[in-house]
Design a protein around this ligand. Structure first.
Ligand code: ADP
Ligand code: ASP
Ligand code: MG
Length: 409
């Protein structure tokens, strides 16, 4: 007998018909002799709908109340799925995050899970029930409802699996696994039968929303076997694995992109010690995260140009702050652009192969795509380009690095 945690995303529970289909799948798994915990998201579109409702009242709503609001989406689906299971004759019980003590810190809208009390869930499982848990939500130590950030149900599932020492955590979604890139952008994308935690973490943090970053972090840290599968068709999906010596490493395993980026530059800043600190401190003080950073000495050697990227949600705030900093430092100008995207090549095999960067840049140049910023690490190369070139860039790189379907496995 195995203990399995299954997570079903928004599309998979988007209608009553689909919830019934999920119930059938869960029931079949349990009938085969396994214990099953199910984590569900809100019905597709629901979280966005709730956020928009609050937006009609206040453009900058209180984070605590927002978490009370958006966590309701998942509460609807746990009840509906339990009813569906019961209808099929399968005893099931639903729980909110708070009810199974998913304890988090108090960072509303981006809370981190600190502890889960698995005892209640185990008692139900041992009594032969299916346990249905609301994804995305928890409670802080004062009992306030918190949420884990967009896509956070993935993290609930992995954390549940870790707490219960489950044999596998299965993420059921609307694609049948992790692909070389988002199959919605490149139809020739190829499903990977395996990907390492390291690469998956990089793909997720560079914008591939198929798994929430924290879910991958958690799975790596607590050694949770993690698999991405389709809710709608049978198949093996993609297993997220630790790097194995024997694994034949492709140079590049995938292409990630993020449409959430915006770029800011401050030009002609006096080139003195402490300038980078002053610019970024003002940004960090407002809780804005900075991603890529580039500093260039200007031709006159007395001043410097400094550019960085932030999340598009923080763009307007960051522009205001930078204008203020610019006045303080006596800079020449501020430039800002929220029509850029970040495109990244990821692969652990990149470490041992020279020339990947130059091939990437050549491929983009051949398509007439101008690179605005570059950043690299051992297993990724990222570039910032104009958003209008997203599809073109992804497809050109996909072909150049032999990732297209029916090429190398
Ligand atoms: P769910 O609602 O089930 O959590 P998500 O929309 O969060 O589903 O994640 C699945 C989506 O992730 C897919 O529909 C796909 O468009 C997107 N995606 C982005 N990058 C990838 C990738 N490399 N492989 C597979 N899917 C990807
Ligand atoms: N419902 C939440 C969201 O839309 C959490 C999730 O789906 O994972 O982000
Ligand atoms: Mg998701």
């Amino acid at each position: 007998m195995a203990l399995i945690v299954q997570k079903y995303g928004g599309t998979s529970v988007g209608t009553i018909e689909r919830i019934m289909a999920v119930a059938e799948k869960v029931k079949a798994r349990q009938a085969s002799g396994d214990q099953v915990v199910v984590v569900v998201s809100a019905m597709s579109g629901e979280t966005n709908r709730l956020i928009a409702l609050a937006g009609e009242i206040d453009g900058n709503p209180d984070p605590r109340e927002m978490d009370v609001l958006v966590s309701t989406g998942e509460q609807v689906t746990i009840a509906l799925l339990s009813l569906a299971l019961q209808k099929l004759g399968s005893p099931a019980r639903s729980y909110t995050g708070g009810q199974v003590h998913i304890l988090t810190d108090s960072a509303h809208s981006k809370a981190r899970i600190q502890d889960i009390d698995g005892a209640r869930v185990m008692a139900d499982l041992n009594a032969g029930r299916v346990v249905v848990v609301a994804g995305f939500q928890g409670v802080d130590e004062r009992g306030n409802i918190t949420t884990l950030g967009r896509g956070g149900s993935d993290t609930t599932a992995v954390a549940m699996a870790a707490a219960l020492k489950a044999d596998e955590c299965q993420i059921y979604t609307d694609v049948d696994g992790v692909y070389t890139t988002d199959p919605r952008v490149e139809p020739k994308a190829r499903r990977l039968s395996r990907i390492t935690f390291e690469e998956m973490l990089e793909m997720a943090s560079l914008g591939s929303k198929v798994l929430q970053i924290r879910a991958v972090e958690f799975a790596g840290k607590y050694n949770v076997p993690l698999r991405v599968l389709s809710s709608f068709e049978e198949g093996e999906g993609t297993l997220i694995t630790f790097e194995e010596e024997s694994m034949e490493q492709a140079k590049i395993s995938g292409i990630a992109f993020s449409r959430d980026e915006a770029k800011l530059s401050i030009l002609g800043v006096p080139d003195q010690p402490g300038v980078a600190h002053k610019i970024l401190k003002a940004i960090a003080d407002q809780n804005i995260e900075v991603d890529m950073i580039v500093q260039n000495i200007a031709a006159d050697e007395a001043t410097t140009d400094f550019s960085f990227t932030v999340h598009r949600n923080d763009f307007n705030k960051a522009v205001d702050i930078l204008h203020r900093t610019s006045e303080e430092l006596g800079a020449r100008d501020v430039m800002s652009d929220d029509t850029i995207i970040k495109l990244s090549l990821v692969g652990v095999g990149m470490r041992s192969h020279a020339g990947i960067a130059s091939r990437m840049f050549e491929t983009l140049a051949n398509e007439g795509i101008n690179i605005r910023m570059i950043s690299t690490s051992e297993i990724k190369i990222s570039v910032v380009i104009d958003e209008k070139y997203l599809e073109l860039g992804v497809r050109a790189l996909h072909e150049a690095f032999d990732l297209d379907e029916n090429k190398t496995a």
